[in-house]
Ligand binder design. Structure first.
Ligand SMILES: [Ca+2]
Ligand SMILES: [Ca+2]
Length: 155
């Protein structure tokens, strides 16, 4: 979570782009996220990091809302279940939307999966952190991030 009184206005992803359905390489989808926090007045504070440091993942572009806007909604995408011998990546993309309705997308990759609906903080609240559910690394078929939970705060 951002420090108290600070809210999320942007982010950076670390992502292991899907290569193929075989286990070489073992593709992992979303592997890390940095949240950018600022006060209502626009003063930045320390970023929040959740990063599994998956070896073949790469850092993507940082994207952010225009000044005075914070993130209020998100949607996530899951790769299909491919069974025990094929490569799964689970959670493999997230989009965010700002209070002024601007959609934030940090990269585009040729990938398949199923998108969730947009999920929103209740009116008046904005994103102030996330909770990440992930597998521990070292599985036969790593999937890295499996779920993101939005934490909303009232400014
Ligand atoms: Ca693969
Ligand atoms: Ca995998």
């Amino acid at each position: 979570m951002c420090e108290e009184g600070y809210y999320v206005y942007g982010y950076t992803l670390w992502h292991d782009t899907y290569v193929n359905i075989t286990m070489t390489p073992d593709d992992c989808g979303l592997t890390g996220i940095e949240l950018l926090c600022s006060s209502l007045q626009g003063t930045p504070s320390t970023s929040v990091y959740y990063n599994l440091n998956y070896p073949t993942s790469t850092k993507k572009d940082t994207v952010n809302c225009t000044e005075g806007n914070f993130i209020q909604e998100f949607m996530i995408r899951f790769g299909p279940r491919r069974g025990s011998v094929y490569d799964d990546d689970a959670l493999n993309q997230v989009y965010f939307r700002c209070q002024d309705n601007t959609k934030l997308t940090s990269f585009t990759a040729n990938e398949t999966g199923t998108w969730s609906n947009w999920t929103s903080c209740v009116p008046g609240m904005v994103l102030c952190g996330v909770q990440i559910l992930h597998e521990s690394l070292g599985q036969y078929d790593n999937t890295c991030f499996n779920e993101i939970v939005m934490l909303c705060c009232l400014p």
